[in-house]
Design a protein around this ligand. Sequence first.
Ligand code: XUL
Ligand code: CO
Length: 437
Amino acid sequence: MPDYFPNVKKIKYEGPDSKNALSFKHYKASQKILGKTMEDHFRFAVCYWHTFKGLGTDPFGGPTMIRNYDDAPDEDTQRRQTMEAAFEFFQKLGVKFWCFHDADIAPEGETLDESQRRLDDVAKQAKKLQKETGIKLLWGTSNMFSHRRFMSGAATNPDPAIFAYAGAKVKKALEVTKYLGGEGYVFWGGREGYETLLNTDMGRELDHLARFLHMAVDYKKKIKFKGQFFIEPKPKEPTKHQYDFDAASCHAFLQKYDLDKHLKLNIEANHATLAGHTFIHELEYAVANDLLGSVDANRGDELLGWDTDQFPTNLYDTTLAMYTILKAGGFKAGGLNFDAKLRRQSIDPVDLFHAHIGAMDAFARGLKAAAKMIKDKKFEKIIQKRYSGWDTAFGQKIESGKATLEDMDAYTRKHGDPEPQSGRQELLENILNEYIL
Ligand code: XUL
Ligand code: CO
């Protein structure tokens, strides 16, 4: 097989004192933390779209990145070379999972048949490479937002013929994901939203989205695909208002349409911030409602209001994210996928390595700090104490649903005005700094 990244050897763990930029300083796959290896905690996945197909374009300019696997004269060779380069990259980086959209691994052809022929061809190649390398598919998905036919949505399109086209694509993408042993399948509502309510029947569109997901659930059962379904919240972009706005609105939607037992959430950091939440808020909401599925790890820019999809480097975020994930017992079918792209000026293939190494190290540091926080139980004890009133007979009576407003009145008359207690936020923030720094 040709060497697409000839200047980079397999990335190794060399420890925090290493001067080699192409080494891990903190991520050591085999190191056990709280009884589990780092590799198993994270289940890191490389995303195919940004990493191999993203070439630095932005709304003002075309590609800036030139890739050696992208130079073949015909589509078949180019597609196969890209897949070869991808597996070389996964191996050199040392990740065990990858993720794709149908259209990343096999660009759409003139007809559905031609698109699916390409998909079958590349899936066969990927299956062989997976077998040779032991690398697995974390999740697959279908791109139902780039082609012009999907400009008004896929499952929420006003035209049932486009709903049908999207259905045909998902049917095939599910089959391919199953064929590749995928551990999950993601539904991100690419253009499932609207630009103006003047031309939109919102209620009907939501019903259609639910119908679409039910069809997918039925087909999953039919083909005996055992992977986990995920829905990925995002509030806006590309549409002005996306229906799967955030974790809570996805939850309400799933419950209303009786889909909550079939889908978990794929939480993306930058989507959380676009929704006006923190990444940790979205994770915590998912955990509190038994909806934590998988994570698209990236970050936005605090001064920009769009989905910049940058590689995660913020140690506060990685620590708090891992703290929440550890408290929830870790990932099951999900993992940490780097849905992140290089900046337009980072044009060299080696930048892909720097980006992923930095992100994996940032999460490794976050995991170490979070594990210490779990072991020390400092935060846990403070929270326990803060809520301890609820463990008394009186608190339990309320929580179990046996108390009435008359009981509240009687209690207050007997005990008088309660003394407020400090929330100690500044102290807690100081303690957190001690773990991170
Ligand atoms: C878009 C996004 C997608 C999904 C998969 O913002 O995050 O790449 O993760 O379709
Ligand atoms: Co994503």
